[in-house]
Design a protein around this ligand. Structure first.
Ligand code: HSE
Length: 406
């Protein structure tokens, strides 16, 4: 048996124990030695849990036990998750985590420590929940230059947007439903303001380029300003509003352009019909073309399943490092304001003439059933910088959303 410890017995941590117990037979089919949870570290006790006798409160119990070979860090947050992960790696124990905040902030450093101690730092569950995406990026794309990775990377906001679109629910009601279903982060700000998907696209961009892209370097916009009228306009354009993380790696300049924002996705695009809590990641390789990875992006068991897949990989590779491709060097980031887009804009109807003049007379008016008193239009293609300069001229500008090119 390979002995493991779980740090943090919350939603994902308890899911890890459940996946290992319920699927021990399946695990043994591929990894006959089997996996066993020896310790669970938490501040709390769980007297009614079948794991009550394995709960410990001191990290040293785990670090000092040579039998523990893999540690699952499912605590979330930076501290003490960083210190505990570091201690485990320095003791030669591999660490598997779902903690995207830590991976984004200090993952490169932890990956280097793992290499130095012949163990691994793996984080499949940090992006796309149960969807295998990081391992395929490493194992199946070595021969490719990946030009684009984009996706719906947050289940909560996709659920909210789907409810607003299909059932006409208000943002607040849809958010409450997402929280009741256990999809939202403890503090939903990370979901609705886009920080959670922004961290995920930063991790994907880091793996694709081989240099670190940090969450703070990525322009990030959430969905708090999206209203039901946006869906009416979107429908008249045969599009739908989706919160996307987008990453473009320019093959000529080697620069990487990353952004998280709501986009108007056209009918027929692979991301158009990704609904509810589902996530999807679209990868474009210069040889293979488009590939899409789709599945449950949040929730206890899908996320725990991804953690356990990493545990098994670490167990297979005991005594050596699995290099997932996260390095401790900076990526060559391009200027996001130089990227060209078409923008959908809503403003007061009184601004129509001025808007047409300022945006060059080439604007395409957009009408929506039941929405009055507004002038809504599509701009010509322009850089983000040009758009921001022009938009600043209009006090009544309510909204702008980028169009995803088909
Ligand atoms: N709150 C996140 C989501 C959980 O809704 O996608 C997974 O990171």
């Amino acid at each position: 048996m390979v002995e493991i410890a779980i740090l943090g017995f919350g939603t994902v941590g308890s899911g890890v124990a459940e996946v290992i117990d319920r699927n021990q037979k399946s695990i043994r089919r591929d990894f006959p030695v089997g996996i066993h949870v020896k310790y669970i570290l938490d501040l709390r006790d769980f007297p009614d849990s079948p794991y009550a006798d394995r709960v410990v409160h001191d990290i040293h119990t785990i670090i000092d036990d040579p039998e523990v070979e893999v540690v699952c860090e499912t605590m979330g947050g930076k501290h003490p998750a960083y210190e505990f992960s570091r201690m485990a790696l320095e003791a030669g124990k591999s660490v598997c985590t779902s903690n995207k905040e830590l991976v984004d902030a200090i993952g490169g450093e932890l990956a280097v420590i793992a290499k130095q101690h012949n163990c691994s730092y793996l984080f499949e569950a940090s992006v796309g929940g149960g969807i295998p995406i990081l391992r395929p990026l490493r194992t199946s794309f070595s021969q490719e230059f990946i030009t684009d990775v984009m996706g719906i990377l947050n289940g909560t906001t996709n659920y909210i947007l789907t409810k607003m679109e299909k059932e006409g629910l208000s943002f607040e009601t849809a958010l409450r439903q997402a929280q009741d279903n256990g999809y939202a982060e403890k503090n939903p700000e990370a979901d609705i303001e886009g920080y959670d998907p922004c961290r995920k696209i930063a991790i994907l961009a880091s793996l694709v380029t081989g240099g670190n892209v940090k969450f703070q370097q990525v322009p990030c916009e959430g969905i708090t300003k999206i209203d039901t009228d946006d869906f009416r306009y979107a429908a008249s354009l045969h599009r739908v509003v989706k919160l996307l993380g987008v990453c473009h790696h320019d093959q000529e300049s080697d620069k990487v352009y990353v952004r998280t924002a709501p986009y108007l996705v056209p009918e027929g695009h692979p991301l158009y019909s990704v609904s509810d809590v589902y996530n999807a990641v679209l990868v474009h390789g210069n040889m293979v073309g488009d590939l899409m990875f789709y599945g449950s992006g949040a929730g206890k068991l899908p996320t725990a399943s991804a953690v356990v897949s990493d545990v098994i990989e670490c167990a297979w590779n005991r005594g050596r490092n699995v290099d997932i491709g996260l390095h401790n060097t900076d990526a060559d980031l391009g200027d996001p304001e130089s990227v060209k887009d078409v923008f959908f804009v809503r403003m007061d109807a009184s601004e129509k003439d001025r808007a047409q003049m300022l945006f060059g007379g080439h604007v395409q008016e957009v009408k929506a059933e039941g929405v009055n008193g507004e002038f809504a239009f599509l701009t010509p293609e322009m850089t983000d910088r040009e758009f921001t300069e022009k938009a600043a001229e209009f006090e009544t500008l309510k909204k702008s959303i980028r169009l995803l090119q088909g």
